[in-house]
Design a protein around this ligand. Structure first.
Ligand SMILES: NC(=O)C1=CN([C@@H]2O[C@H](COP(=O)(O)OP(=O)(O)OC[C@H]3O[C@@H](n4cnc5c(N)ncnc54)[C@H](O)[C@@H]3O)[C@@H](O)[C@H]2O)C=CC1
Ligand SMILES: O=C(O)C(=O)CO
Length: 389
């Protein structure tokens, strides 16, 4: 992309900040302009920008960039950004497996992400995929639209009842725990989870809800922390994947582990595609027609592995788990405030799980960067909690 098209805001701004994509809402633009930035938004129609495209955007003077999870932020881009005088980058995403943080550290560039604002939205989509797969909603919709429905039948699109079954979570962080709570409270499912860390919050929630059900004369829900992913896969009727993508979770679901799952289980993935060996999944789905999946993410995104798109026991959507208006505008705002904050020399917010104060349109945001993942490595100052100010 030799020449690129950009939309410019606040042309006379002191800092030059590039956004590789137009993003929803206006609050993020205001945040950057208020911080004295000239904002250049790339308006190229190309969906995924290459490293060369982004090099052209960075040019010879660039203070900060807001990028997307589809872009390869590594040595080449961080060294170019450093050379252009840049010190700040933010992904417009909570996941940052597309970013080589070591390379950013080497060039002293802060890497922001956007946690918290997408927790419930993503968990809701995982719940939607769970229901769609368990109750065969997409298959039934196709059937209806094809004019095949000629009357109620006892065996038509029989699926799985969730109530009283066990939901398994692998990766019970912000999103995994929110999803678990939805499935527990909404469908009275029992929980089994595997994570490197204990989720006291989730355990306390399930215990309290179980006690409430008991007080109503109903069967209480239960929780269990598994000591391995295998334990979850063997016991759960529904398994939803919510870990980060790294070396420990790449192909976490493979042929051997799929074989441990119940024949009529539902598997949901709204984390990152490579957490599942998708070729192995296609084989498993073909061999087990009552096993169903709901997928928001794919190993070779935007492509699906051959055969997946033809399988009736797979529900597939194009990485839309965070796609609610509030969340997408909030992600853009957090990404902008990460970059704006760093350029203004502000400290890092004390708790990246509590970002709501940054999202209120009517109140100026706290004087901090909401979430910088390499703050410690770069020795950035952390702001004290507001009560201690
Ligand atoms: N499909 C979509 O649109 C979205 C996808 N995501 C993905 O979801 C991921 C999780 O997001 P959050 O819940 O906000 O992050 P989080 O950091 O709160 O949770 C991730 C959890 O994974 C756990 N974990 C790490 N390695 C593990 C392993 N080997 N086995 C089991 N658990 C492991 C961590 O201990 C942590 O509790 C993101 O990194 C991102 O990749 C996030 C938002 C939207
Ligand atoms: O924030 C993320 O990690 C996403 O995948 C965006 O939807």
């Amino acid at each position: 992309m030799a020449a690129y098209s950009v939309q410019v805001f606040n042309a006379a701004g002191k800092f030059r900040v590039v956004s590789t994509k137009p993003m929803p809402g206006q609050q993020w633009i205001r945040a950057l302009v208020n911080a004295g930035c000239r904002v250049e938004v790339c308006t190229s129609q190309k969906t995924i920008l290459s490293v060369d495209d982004i090099l052209s955007l960075i040019g010879s003077k660039c203070d900060g960039v807001i990028g997307q999870l589809t872009e390869d932020w590594g040595e080449t881009l961080f060294s170019a950004l450093k050379k252009a005088g840049g010190t700040a980058f933010s992904n417009m995403a909570v996941g940052y497996n597309n970013v080589d943080v070591e390379a950013a550290n080497k060039y002293g560039i802060a890497v922001g992400n956007t946690p918290g604002v997408l927790t419930e939205t993503t968990a809701e989509l995982a719940a939607a995929l769970t229901l769609s797969a368990a109750r065969r909603v997409v298959e039934a919709d196709d059937f209806m639209r094809a004019g095949k429905y000629d009357g109620w039948l006892p065996n038509l699109f029989v699926g799985n009842l969730l109530k009283g079954q066990t939901v398994g979570i692998i990766g019970a962080g912000r999103i995994g725990s929110a999803y678990a709570r939805m499935m527990v409270e909404g469908f009275k499912m029992n929980v089994i989870y595997y994570d490197l860390y204990q989720s006291k919050f989730l355990e306390n929630f399930v215990t309290a809800y179980g006690n409430f059900l008991k007080s109503q004369g109903e069967t209480p829900v239960t929780w269990k922390r598994a000591s391995s992913p295998e334990e979850v896969l063997k016991e759960a009727d529904v398994v939803s994947l919510h870990p980060v993508l790294d070396k420990t979770t790449y192909h976490l679901i493979n042929t051997e582990r799929l074989a441990l799952m119940k024949k009529e289980a539902v598997l949901v993935n709204a984390s990152r595609g490579p957490v599942i060996d998708e070729e192995a999944l296609v084989k498993h789905l073909k061999a087990n027609p009552m096993f169903r999946v709901g997928l928001d993410v794919f190993e070779d995104e935007p492509y699906m592995k051959p055969g997946l798109g033809e399988l009736p026991n797979a529900v597939v959507v194009p990485h839309i788990a965070s796609a609610s208006k509030w969340t997408r505008e909030g992600m853009a705002t957090l990404a902008a405030l990460n970059v704006a904050g760093k350029l203004q020399g502000l400290p890092v917010w004390h708790n990246s799980n509590m970002v709501l104060p940054f999202l209120d349109e009517n109140v100026p945001p706290p004087k901090a960067c909401p979430s910088i993942v390499n703050a410690k490595a770069l020795g950035l100052q952390v702001a004290p909690p507001p009560s201690k100010l």
